[in-house]
Design a protein around this ligand. Structure first.
Ligand SMILES: C[S@@+](CC[C@H](N)C(=O)[O-])C[C@H]1O[C@@H](n2cnc3c(N)ncnc32)[C@H](O)[C@@H]1O
Length: 270
């Protein structure tokens, strides 16, 4: 079973505005690939590309990069973004990719594979990858942390309250742990050459409001917003106000360091 979420126009727009795809992780993927096949890379496919923030980071390394997603709303945002000339997008499901068998050098799924029919996707990725081609799946845990002067602990207590309030709205398809989903996928990948990485802490200095915006893109927040928009807004405002008060700032544009904890795995098709 795969799930169709992230289809709303507003959610897709929020993705483009708030989600960050770390170039640090793209560098790790490319370092891994270069140890496996030191040559010109032709085709990368970024599955569940959303609004394409991660997809475009692959552009310098490949002759051609194709971002795929099942959601027309997300793809509309992706094409509205500025796109390098070697990047294009296709609408399709992760479980049926429109590529010839053995023709792809790299398949990535960035913060997306947990929504797929995971076993079908792994089989499909295996079909399209060429021997020596790589699969890279990455995601991050919801428990982002904040750093700000000597009040980081207080901020993180407020963040934890915010996340805890969203937890009841976590989609049951995800179970209790996203890391476990990825570990299970890792374990079921039959390639002998594979590596699991947990965790890469990516730091970004960003306005406080952008941090709130990132949390609002989480599927649990989106579910709450659909069920009870007033409560969703109240929770965001409460977290924002408490954070501002702890930081002793009067504007949500005040900058704070956000730490996102990524986990990822890489595998090379024999
Ligand atoms: C959490 S977003 C991640 C988007 C982007 N990769 C990023 O890093 O910001 C997940 C994306 O996966 C897409 N998606 C979910 N299930 C899918 C499926 N079965 N096939 C293709 N795309 C899917 C959604 O439409 C959404 O755009």
């Amino acid at each position: 079973m795969a799930l169709r979420l992230f289809e709303g126009k507003d959610h897709a727009a929020a993705y483009l505005q708030y989600r960050v795809s770390p170039h640090e992780l793209i560098c790790r993927i490319m370092d891994y690939m270069e140890t496996k096949m030191p040559k010109q890379f032709d085709l990368a496919v970024d599955v569940g590309c959303g609004s394409g923030q991660g997809t475009i980071l692959l552009a310098p390394y490949f002759t051609k990069v194709v971002g795929t997603d099942v959601s027309p709303a997300q793809l509309k945002m992706a094409v509205a973004n500025s796109i390098p000339p070697n990047v294009s997008y296709r609408q399709c499901s992760a479980e049926e990719l429109p590529f010839a068998s053995g023709g792809v050098d790299l398949v990535t799924a960035m913060t997306a594979a947990h929504w797929f029919d995971r076993q079908k996707f792994l089989l499909e990725a295996d079909r399209v990858l060429r021997p020596g081609g790589c699969l890279a799946l990455l995601s991050y845990s919801m428990d982002m942390e904040l750093e700000y002067g000597d009040v980081s602990n207080t901020l993180n207590d407020i963040c934890k309250e915010f996340y805890a309030a969203l937890l009841p709205y976590r989609n049951p398809y995800l179970g209790s742990s996203s890391v476990k989903i990825y570990l299970d996928m890792f374990d079921s990948c039959p390639y002998p050459d594979k590596e699991w990485n947990e965790c890469l802490r990516v730091k970004r200095i960003t306005p406080l409001n952008r941090y709130i915006g990132m949390v609002e893109t989480f599927s649990s927040y989106q579910i709450l917003q659909q069920k009870d928009p007033v409560e969703a807004e109240r929770l965001s405002n409460e977290a924002r106000n408490k954070l501002m008060s702890a930081m002793k700032v009067s504007s949500p544009d005040a900058e704070v360091t956000v730490i996102v904890k990524y986990f990822y795995w890489l595998a090379c098709k024999p």
